[in-house]
Write a protein that binds this ligand. Structure first.
Ligand SMILES: CC(=O)N[C@H]1[C@@H](OP(=O)(O)OP(=O)(O)OC[C@H]2O[C@@H](n3ccc(=O)[nH]c3=O)[C@H](O)[C@@H]2O)O[C@H](CO)[C@@H](O)[C@@H]1O[C@H](C)C(=O)N[C@@H](C)C(=O)N[C@H](CCC(=O)O)C(=O)O
Ligand SMILES: Nc1ncnc2c1ncn2[C@@H]1O[C@H](COP(=O)(O)OP(=O)(O)OP(=O)(O)O)[C@@H](O)[C@H]1O
Ligand SMILES: N[C@H](CCC[C@H](N)C(=O)O)C(=O)O
Ligand SMILES: [Mg+2]
Length: 499
């Protein structure tokens, strides 16, 4: 493709050299540059890609996109140079053009918010598939291109990988896509080339302050998704914001955008467009009354917890806005899959119930503990830790929540990364009353102990790692799965009980 074609959608930029040069591939990593590549230099957290421009030219790049003016070396080598204000924005827009703007040909549902993105995207994906046969999924656990499912590298991949994935989805016959849009992705313009039809905002509570520093910055990152949609003139249909107005930040967001774009609100608040009325929870699922356009519908979802009613309501609202008939969407909710590691139930031979869940924020842990406590006839035993090299402020808050809502807590390691496991644990227990917890840093041993202690009527919650099949230690990643540990310990207890 010609360089000039790739620059069509770019905001103000300066081209030095020829725009007619043929590009063989777009690349942000100098180590992967090939003859004919266009290298886009990005300023990152670990490195500044501008430092690798000479290497990219040496490897045969025929065009450079950078936030600095053209160098003599590039002029001498007849390398074309595009100076831009924001190379992250440039790579996303160029990536979309390179792949033929696949998002413009599918119904794109983007999900943002602190908690519930993966669950909501899974539900929406299942509803889309049941109505339209093929649909794509992009998120924390896996990418589904309509034909093949691969484990994810990021919740929202980098723009080049993302646009390529969307192109595959379109080629595979997907009519719709449900994708998670992380705050990191929004801040780094990873989704700037995507035309979203529906944007969901689930909620906003503390997380990722290691990256965003303040809740306001974190909120503003989320706002970018809706700014982008409000400014979109290329989507086939008018974009719709689907916003939870039972959340304070959601109410703020809805106010910011009403009048600027179509806003559909959901929640139990008076005036919500998709309003959840009477609700009822059982150990196997939930029921609620949905009020929409003056009509009332009974909604049944095979998921437990009030927060999951919100996730299902968000997904329902989104697919209805994308064009799926209300009754079809509601009926399809009966067939949604278990989301791996999200309140995943394992039943113990001794009669206890063991749940694996991905709660790794104070709000998530509070919701999950409350949900399980209501279902529990005896003790709630919570096993959890916090990830290393991430938001430290949430550690004592998670400790306080777990201690307040559980009958027993075992504080253990999550992914310590380069931090000292005991130091993370001490920051967690700083929020817990003395005597309300045990410390077992080895996660496998912590799980084994909780299962061993559990009796008929008890619930064991193993929180924080959900679907993850590894543990990230200072020495690197090791294989580790909460689900495997649970199964192993259930077997041991079963053999012991039968002996
Ligand atoms: C903090 C962060 O998000 N970093 C992401 C970012 O990396 P970066 O820009 O900081 O990269 P860098 O290492 O500083 O390098 C800068 C540039 O120099 C280039 N380079 C570097 C070395 C070299 O020799 N040559 C060269 O060209 C690099 O390719 C890069 O383009 O861009 C990279 C490529 O897209 C990502 O892989 C990387 O994700 C890291 C691994 C990460 O852990 N990200 C997490 C925090 C994240 O994004 N998480 C969210 C989920 C959060 C949630 O659950 O809500 C996600 O969407 O997954
Ligand atoms: N709507 C919700 N409100 C509050 N907590 C929720 C909600 N949905 C899920 N949770 C809790 O948050 C955890 C993570 O849920 P999920 O994976 O769906 O969210 P996510 O936003 O994708 O998270 P991440 O950003 O880590 O990928 C769940 O395991 C559950 O404990
Ligand atoms: N998406 C989340 C995942 C956290 C999962 C938890 N197990 C941890 O490692 O902290 C994050 O990047 O903060
Ligand atoms: Mg997720």
């Amino acid at each position: 493709m010609k360089l000039l074609t790739l620059l069509k959608d770019l905001p103000k930029h300066t081209l030095t050299g020829s725009g007619q040069v043929k590009i063989s591939h777009l690349e942000c990593d100098s180590r992967r540059v090939l003859p004919g590549s266009c290298y886009i230099a990005l300023k990152g957290t670990q490195a500044d890609g501008h430092a690798f421009i000479p290497e990219a030219i040496r490897r045969g790049a025929c065009a450079i996109v950078a936030e600095s003016p053209c160098t003599q070396e590039a002029r001498d080598g007849k390398v074309s140079w595009v100076e831009v204000n924001d190379s992250r924005l440039a790579v996303s827009l160029m990536g979309a053009a390179w792949n033929g703007h696949p998002s413009r040909h599918m119904s794109m549902i983007g999900v943002t918010g602190t908690n519930g993105k993966t669950t909501t995207a899974y539900i929406a994906h299942s509803l889309l598939k049941q109505s339209w046969l093929r649909a794509g999924l992009i998120g924390t656990i896996a990418y589904d291109n309509g034909e093949e499912i691969t484990p994810s590298t990021h919740t929202t991949p980098g723009p080049l990988e993302l646009e390529h994935l969307l192109k595959e989805m379109l080629e595979n016959g997907c009519r719709g896509v449900a994708m998670e849009v992380s705050s990191h992705a929004l801040d780094q313009e990873r989704v700037a080339g995507i035309n979203f039809n529906v944007g969901i905002f689930t909620n906003l509570t503390q997380d990722h302050l290691d990256y965003h520093h303040t809740m306001e910055n974190y909120f503003q990152a989320k706002v970018k998704l809706f700014e982008q949609m409000a400014a979109d003139t290329k989507s086939r249909r008018k974009p719709v914001a689907v916003i939870n107005i039972d959340d304070a930040y959601g109410r703020r967001l809805a106010e910011m955008f009403s009048g600027r774009m179509a806003v559909k609100t959901y929640g139990s608040a008076l005036g919500a467009d998709f309003r959840m009325l009477v609700h009822h929870a059982t150990a196997r699922g939930s029921e609620y009354e949905l009020e929409y356009k003056g009509k009332s519908y009974l909604v049944r979802v095979p998921l437990i917890g009030k927060f999951n009613m919100y996730n299902s309501l968000a997904a329902l609202a989104a697919v209805i806005c994308a064009g799926i008939p209300v009754r079809d969407a509601i009926a399809s909710l009966q067939n949604i899959p278990q989301v791996p590691g999200r309140l995943e139930l394992f039943t113990h031979p001794g009669g206890a119930q063991i749940f694996i869940d991905y709660a790794h924020t104070p709000d998530a842990l509070e919701n999950v503990c409350k949900t399980l406590k209501e279902l529990c006839s005896r003790r709630l035993i919570t096993v959890f830790g916090c990830g290393g090299n991430r938001d430290k402020g949430k550690r004592p808050l998670m400790g306080a929540v777990a201690a307040r809502l559980s009958d027993a807590c075992i504080v253990t390691s999550d992914n310590p990364r380069s931090e000292e496991p005991l130091s993370i644990i001490n920051q967690i227990t700083a929020g817990m009353p003395e005597g309300r917890y045990a410390i077992i840093p080895d996660r496998a041993r912590a799980i084994a102990t909780a299962i061993d202690q559990a009796r008929l009527g008890d619930i064991v919650l193993i929180a924080g790692k959900g679907h993850e099949n590894y543990q990230e230690l200072s020495t690197g990643r090791i294989d580790f799965s909460d689900a495997k540990e649970v199964r192993r310990n259930m077997r041991i207890k079963d053999e012991f009980t039968q002996a």
